[in-house]
Design a protein around this ligand. Sequence first.
Ligand SMILES: [Zn+2]
Length: 420
Amino acid sequence: MSFTSLLLLREFLAIFEIGTAAHSQPRVSYFFDEQVANYHYGEKHPMKPHRLALTNHLVTSYGLPQYLDVFHTRWATDDEIREFHAADYVEFLQRVTPDNVAQLTKTFSQFNIGDDCPIFSGMYDFCKIYAGASLAAARRLLSGDADICINWSGGLHHAKKSEASGFCYVNDIVLAILQLLRVHPRVLYVDIDIHHGDGVQEAFYHTDRVMTVSFHKYDGEFFPGTGHIDERGNGMGKQFAVNVPLKDGIDDATYVALFKQIMRATIANFDPSAIVLQCGADSLGCDRLGCFNLNISAHGECVRFTKSFGIPLIVLGGGGYTIRNVSRCWTYETSVLLDVDLPNELPPTVYHEFFAPDYQLHPVLSGRIPNQNNAAYLNDVSRTVLEQLRSIQGAPSVQMQEIPPDIQQFLEGKILVKLF
Ligand SMILES: [Zn+2]
């Protein structure tokens, strides 16, 4: 059989799998500790953990927990956080409090503490809660007891090994992917936050076992400034970082079409056995920090499409700064993952007035910002990315291994077998 015929057969089988997976009812686990919503970055800071309380109240009032396995998880330990983060940075996070900041200001620039990443009361506890939930999600997926695990408090994609960045201190996504790599030969990370998923890309930039795909606004200046289409990974990881740079005002139809086209090609060529999807809701229209035109239905369609492949999936939160819309979006996406239809009329919660004046699950969020992405630009992005994906087609990016190497040794080129 020729190489082309093999590829056609593989595509046919992939389509067949998608068709069959769509009919089975997924087992969905939901991880939430209500305490995570009680932390405050500061009065004027756009990141509001309270959005997680709004989300959970809507999920509950819509009656979705009856379809979910709900878990209240233990906090991540320092050792677990050190699996990615540097020891001196973790020690700093442990020690610093609003009461002793004056003694530690010398280290602030080293760890990128400042206006975006302030020191607030209970900051490290907050990190341990959301990171603990992502770790639990990864472990439950590995146990085979769930097909989909949701942690809306996670998805803090900007945190780096040795520094805080973009409201993120601990990168729960990297920690969760490191868990998945213990069993899964190839993990796909997908990011639909409006900001580039730089912390996750950087962590896995040199490996072909994790492919990162980020859809984001890019103009070289918009935070975090990275995510150019030519950032593609290095060394063993060359071509395994994918960036889809977009301009202001992208609308539902073009975003969803581009997402599906790129995801179809990514999954066909990379063949992941697990997917982590970061659902930052700052890509919605009307976001306090964002500048896209997406409605909740389009954002959710990306989630539905990712789920349709029937590959074990972790779904995480991320950015999102108009909190009434963030909570509606993540509630809708919980229902999408469960294949449950929700009425557009919001059920009453103690936070009902947040959702005035429409009190609906799907407010109109589009049309506020002119769409700067013309057809020629989008065709160019799509052609370039699809060419990149074709270059890894059929690549046995990693051999199946019963006991994969510890990822840190792997990244350093010293492959040791670690028992765990
Ligand atoms: Zn963001």
